[in-house]
Design a protein around this ligand. Structure first.
Ligand code: 5GP
Length: 184
């Protein structure tokens, strides 16, 4: 990529847009094969996963629909991180085959919470699909059925991922310069 096209807050590009898109196409082909003949509901975790979910939806070749959830985390009793739902699905998940689409699995708490929540509400199946997996940061185990890329424990932005609501629009995924959060 032309160096001048790189945002000055980005240390380096980890994944170019073409690398991301070709991997999304591969995942879409895999998911389409696994769910052939079934209706699939893509549950997108707002906001970071919207670019990934939109591209995935475009490349799937099976019957599919899309819905959205939004979570936030807070520190609960005993300083344990907890996840809560701040915006729920627009329709009941009961009986649906759900693909939970998340930008990144970090501690794993968000995906674990959502998976349990959807199962408790009677989803027929819940499988997890992440674009990025940061296994080094994991606090709770999470079963990932579809994974785009495994990355090291860097703070990354772009292709939907933000830092304080910025950088989501970058077409690539890049490592944010430490000076951006150190100079706050
Ligand atoms: P988890 O519950 O797995 O710790 O949280 C996952 C969420 O943390 C992601 O959806 C994302 O919002 C945020 N997150 C974790 N790592 C990163 C990162 O490297 N960059 C950005 N922008 N967000 C991250």
């Amino acid at each position: 990529m032309d160096k001048s096209a790189i945002d000055p807050h980005i240390e380096r590009i980890l994944l170019s847009n073409s690398e991301i898109i070709s991997r999304v196409k591969e995942i879409a082909a895999q998911v389409s094969g696994d769910y052939r003949g079934k209706q699939l509901t893509i549950v997108t975790v707002l906001k970071g996963s919207v670019f990934f979910a939109a591209d995935l939806l475009r490349f799937l070749t099976i019957d599919r629909d899309i819905d959205f959830v939004c979570t936030s985390s807070y520190i609960g009793a005993n300083s344990v991180s907890k996840v809560q739902l701040v915006a729920d699905l627009s329709s009941n998940p009961k009986g649906k085959n759900i693909l939970l689409v998340e930008d990144i699995a970090d501690t794993g708490l968000t995906l674990n919470y959502l998976r349990d929540n959807l199962k408790e509400r009677g989803a027929a199946s819940v499988a997890v699909c992440v674009l990025l997996d940061k296994p080094a940061a994991r606090k709770v185990a999470v079963e990932i059925a579809y994974r785009g890329f495994t990355i090291e424990d860097f703070f990354v932005v772009g292709y939907g991922l933000d830092y304080e609501e910025k950088f989501r629009e970058l077409p690539y995924i890049g490592v944010l310069k430490q000076s951006v959060y150190n100079n706050k």
